[in-house]
Design a protein around this ligand. Structure first.
Ligand SMILES: [Zn+2]
Length: 640
């Protein structure tokens, strides 16, 4: 009997090993490719630049990799006819320009193309795009197409091309991207600029196992305990279903209680003071620095196609969130359903290369407007669609009003959970689910009058920092199902990179894979949080057992010119220190700092050491007033 069991185990082990080698019997996966991002290969390209063509870079462009490439590359979003603008790192191609790249072992070429600035141009201004391959005197035109300014306007957004390369090309062959003026002379300025959007070569990739699809879903403003896996039983069946295939991190914490710094921690593995976007105003992101790599940069370099589908101004290209993405779909919506066409489009465009998709959805963020069928849309002084600042003028809410806010929040969470179910169904339908690495998390939680307020961005208590973190690995991985080790959002990037066999690079986080493999019980001793949207300046250290919060003097906040609008009137800003023992006091009601001066002193020293780390500091930069206005409309910085 024992022997029979052993044989069975061997057979099962063999099957598992086979699955790891060949994740799925899907056609595209059996013919894997890696993407070669030609914008990234610009330094090795031969470029003919038409004499007299003006310098094309604009302030704030982040697509360029080097000072030299800056002349040739710009982040371009061609005005769409409908839906969202898709921002793409693009090669500028004034007429007469030629870009030549080594073909290597590539078998396919794909690019977007179009005319930037067609809106103000004469409609018959037209350019010819041409792609050709050359090898030892042999020359073949693979693609040619004329686009006029009028056609660009009528079409809206990008044109796309996808061409197989001829069999006769070889390692010595070159690919040439050319643009010329068509028969009609170009009208005087403003002339549109022809562009090649995220041009790429695809070459066979025989790596085993194949790199998996990576999908990072950030549901904005989702507190952990609003979901099924974290105690709200039955609230989110689709998120709960994902935990059956993945690992649930019981103690995952955000680095900041508001969107921008926290989302960027998730994408860089750096704390807010590390990536530099830790202030609402006055200091720009250091993402433009070539040395600072995002997860998208790293995966692009590893042969991935990288796509972001984001849904609000707090995760905006204006801030550099587009860095490293071959396509950044820039929506403004509070409905994940609006994002799904872009997700489907990204899956449709795959040519057998691995995909990194960053999906940022905004559903449970205020204003809350979804109600269950037949439920009231007005309770007391509140009607659906109220925003965070509503409560400034309203004063303390009644019990019925609090219950109304919590019900609406739960309705929004249920809604986005159903959309997650659709996303999983779509991945299964495309044969991508089993081999995919899916991370589902949030950038921060939400206070639902736990301590008398509604919203986030102003405090470092658990309801604003404790987030869900569920990681579904490719099928066949036998990781633990639940881990209670302390984890921070900065750990996501190094963990994914380690899993994919890539170096973590310069990050604040550390990989949690050893904990998942059962090689370690504890992951980190302390999770750090900082960066408030509204002053005062607060920083926190969270251990498994307690929370230490330090509130700094208001002077620094004023000196930086921050506008403490919404919550300035509500919050206690007295500088000082707080300490909570979470096992006995999970609601952080009883501040025991005065009873434990030694522990407080240790935490103060630890925090001081943390703050003294050398951190990149971007140059102060004035924000685009339109962006600021949009952020205020979303409830950030608003008030007075
Ligand atoms: Zn957020």
């Amino acid at each position: 009997m024992k022997r029979f069991v052993m044989i069975l185990a061997l057979v099962a082990g063999g099957l598992l090993a086979a699955r790891a080698m060949w994740p799925r019997a899907d056609e595209r996966i059996r013919s894997p490719f890696r993407r070669r991002d030609l914008v990234a290969e610009l330094a090795r390209a031969s470029i003919e630049w038409p004499p007299g063509a003006r310098a094309q870079a604009r302030d704030g462009d982040r697509a360029y990799r080097t000072a030299e490439s800056r002349r040739f590359v710009r982040q371009v979003g061609l005005p769409p006819r409908s839906s969202a603008t898709v921002l793409v790192p693009s090669l500028l191609a004034p007429p007469g320009s030629r870009y030549r790249f080594e073909l290597g072992s590539a078998t396919r070429f794909r690019s977007r193309f179009g005319l930037d600035g067609a809106e103000g141009a004469a409609p018959d201004t037209a350019f010819r795009f041409r792609v050709s391959a050359t090898n030892r005197g042999r020359d073949e035109v693979l693609f040619t197409r004329v686009v006029s300014a009028g056609e660009q306007r009528a079409h809206g957004g990008w044109f796309e091309l996808d061409v197989p390369l001829p069999k006769w090309v070889g390692p010595d062959a070159t690919l040439e991207l050319a643009v010329d003026v068509d028969t009609t002379p170009v009208s005087p300025a403003p002339a549109p600029v022809p562009v090649w959007g995220a041009p790429a070569l695809f070459e066979p990739d025989d790596r085993r196992p194949r790199r998996p699809t990576v999908i990072l879903v950030s549901i904005d403003t989702l507190r952990a305990d609003a979901t099924g896996p974290y105690g709200a039983r039955g609230a989110t069946p689709h998120i709960a279903a994902l935990t059956a295939d993945g690992v649930t991190f019981e103690n995952a914490f955000s680095t900041s209680p508001w969107t921008t710094p926290s989302q960027l921690s998730l994408l860089t593995g750096l704390y807010p003071s590390g990536h530099g976007l830790n202030r609402a105003y006055g200091r720009n992101l250091s993402l433009a620095e070539p040395g600072l790599a995002t997860l998208a940069d790293r995966l692009s370099a590893a042969g991935y196609t990288t796509v972001a589908v984001a849904s609000d101004h707090a995760v905006d290209p204006e801030l550099g969130f587009d860095k490293g993405f071959h396509a950044f779909h820039n929506h403004v919506t509070q409905d994940m359903a609006d994002l799904m066409p872009a997700v489907r489009g990204a899956l449709d465009r795959l040519t057998g290369e691995p995909l990194f998709l960053f999906l940022h959805t905004y559903d449970p963020h205020a204003p809350l407007f979804r109600t269950a069928a037949g439920a009231p849309t007005r309770v007391g002084r509140l009607s659906v669609g109220f925003h965070y600042h509503t409560f400034i003028d309203l004063g303390p809410p009644t019990e019925a009003e609090v219950a109304f806010v919590r019900t609406l929040y739960a309705d929004h969470v249920r809604y986005v959970d159903a959309r997650i179910g659709e996303l999983v169904a779509l991945l299964k339908e495309r044969g991508l689910y089993d081999e995919a690495l899916i991370v589902l998390t949030s950038d921060h939680g939400e206070e639902l009058f736990d301590r008398g307020h509604y919203g986030h961005g102003f405090e470092l208590y658990e309801h604003q920092l404790h987030v869900p973190l569920i990681v579904k690995f490719p099928r066949g991985e036998r990781f633990r199902a639940r881990v209670d080790a302390l984890t921070s959002l900065v750990d996501v990037v190094p963990s994914l990179l380690e899993y994919l066999g890539l170096e973590p690079g310069n990050v604040d986080g550390t990989s949690f894979l050893d904990v998942l493999r059962g090689r370690a019980e504890a992951h980190r001793d302390v999770a750090f949080a900082e960066a408030l949207a509204w002053g005062p300046e607060r920083k926190a250290l969270r251990t498994k057992r307690f929370k230490y919060i330090r509130t700094f003097a208001d002077a620094e906040v004023r000196a930086l010119g921050l506008r403490n609008g919404t919550y300035d009137k509500l919050l206690d800003k007295t500088p000082g220190e707080e300490l909570y023992f979470l096992e006995d006091d999970p609601g952080e009601r009883i501040d025991v700092a005065a009873l434990h001066p030694d522990l407080v002193a240790r935490m103060r020293a630890l925090l001081a050491a943390f703050c003294e780390r050398e951190t990149p500091q971007g140059a102060p930069r004035t924000r685009d007033p339109a962006w600021v206005a949009a952020m205020e409309a979303l409830g950030y910085f608003g008030g007075d």
